[in-house]
Design a protein around this ligand. Structure first.
Ligand SMILES: [Zn+2]
Ligand SMILES: [Zn+2]
Length: 375
């Protein structure tokens, strides 16, 4: 009798744990009616190229499993997303990361990679290795130093520049298109503009990863006539208006666009202007679709599924987020940059100028700080 009661308790406990592990309910979404079937994350079938764009909230993270089983992890979201990311890699059956790629040193890209470096063997680390001071980038470099390859050595740390190519599996090619020496300086965001931009070409499809590259970085790609055309575009900078323009989309000419963005983010990503430019393409958003899984199998057809049912198809996916910065902003009269009132990098009190709104600051010739438009 006692034993039976214990096992009953056990079952109830397991049920409670299972409920506790269920994904958070998502913000109110319109009626589910998406063309994309929902799936659970699972290992890629043999001889298939699989790309998963993870839902890491406001940030970027994507995993490529090549047809020979080798793996490339591109960015890892913020630091607090690292544990969940490692769990998801486990669900996909990933036992090691052959290439761990940091597109640029902002925390919403490298933060979660720290936990990955602590949890899994890593073969090589790709980094743009620009001079950048931040506690998270320091932690990342420390985690790289302490990481181990599958055979217990230190991973290769590769400073990536345009021209680097890799053949990770037969018939598959990876090519870095940016950054180039000398790195760009004095742009709105040098880390964003020096993002690692690279393409993956496989039989039946091609992917373009853009990090958070902005206008100046794109212009350099045009200047060197980089080969940009790709079937799938990872939209730059979480769908911010400075991440995409008409000329760029004309050159990439994608069939499918993926926006990696957090629900209800304070920056209003993705911006209305970006979504307007993406009209007519299949748009996937991690805030709507969850983890987005793309597969290229032997039939060379691109198959797309997601872990969450998106709201009523394309129309809803094209809805911009509402920016959360309404009201007063604080300008710096020297740099002509404006901040949200709770920004940790507010100017010195004597340099502050108060504006009633972001619009008012912009009319006065001020530019937004990263706290306003995101990293
Ligand atoms: Zn960034
Ligand atoms: Zn970012």
């Amino acid at each position: 009798m006692l034993r039976m009661r214990c096992s009953l308790y056990g079952i109830v406990l397991i049920l409670l744990l299972l409920v506790g592990c269920a994904p958070d309910p998502k913000p109110s979404a319109p009626t589910p009616n998406s063309a994309s079937p929902t799936v659970a994350l699972e290992p890629a079938p043999k001889d298939t190229l699989q790309v998963v764009f993870f839902d890491v909230g406001q940030g970027d993270s994507a995993l490529v499993v090549f047809p020979n089983g080798k793996t490339m992890l591109i960015d890892g979201g913020e630091t607090d997303k690292g544990r969940r990311l490692v769990q998801k890699l486990g669900q996909i059956g990933v036992k090691q990361i052959d290439w761990l790629v940091a597109t640029h040193p902002h925390s919403d890209h490298i933060g979660g990679l720290i936990q990955v470096l602590k949890s899994l063997p890593v073969g090589e680390v790709w980094d743009i290795a620009m001079a950048y001071e931040s506690p998270i980038y320091r932690d990342f470099l420390l985690a790289v130093r302490n990481a181990r390859t599958p055979d217990g050595k230190r991973p290769v740390f590769r400073k990536v520049r345009a021209g680097l190519t890799l053949t990770p599996a037969r018939g598959v090619r990876v090519e870095a298109l940016a950054p180039r020496e000398p790195l760009l300086v004095g742009t709105r965001s040098d880390p964003n503009n020096n993002s690692l931009v690279f393409r993956i070409d496989a039989p039946g499809g091609s992917f373009l990863f853009t990090g958070d590259v902005e206008r100046e970085g794109r212009q350099r790609l045009y200047a060197v006539r980089a080969r940009l055309q790709a079937d799938v575009l990872k939209v730059s900078h979480h769908g911010a208006a400075n991440g995409t323009d008409k000329v760029f989309l004309g050159r990439v000419n994608p069939r499918v666009a993926v926006i990696s963005v957090g629900a209800g983010n304070r920056y209003g990503h993705p911006h209305r202007e970006t979504l307007a430019l993406l009209q007519g393409m299949r748009v996937y958003r991690t805030d709507w679709h969850g983890d987005i899984v793309m597969r290229l199998g032997a039939d060379k057809k691109l198959q797309i599924t997601s872990t969450r049912r998106a709201p009523d198809s394309a129309a809803a996916a094209m809805q911009p987020s509402k920016p959360r910065i309404a009201g007063v902003v604080i300008g710096n009269r020297n740099s002509k940059v404006y901040h949200t009132p709770d920004c940790p990098r507010l100017p010195k009190p004597e340099n502050r100028v108060r504006f009633r709104s972001a619009q008012e600051a912009e009319r006065a010739g001020y530019r937004p700080h990263a706290c306003v438009i995101g990293e």
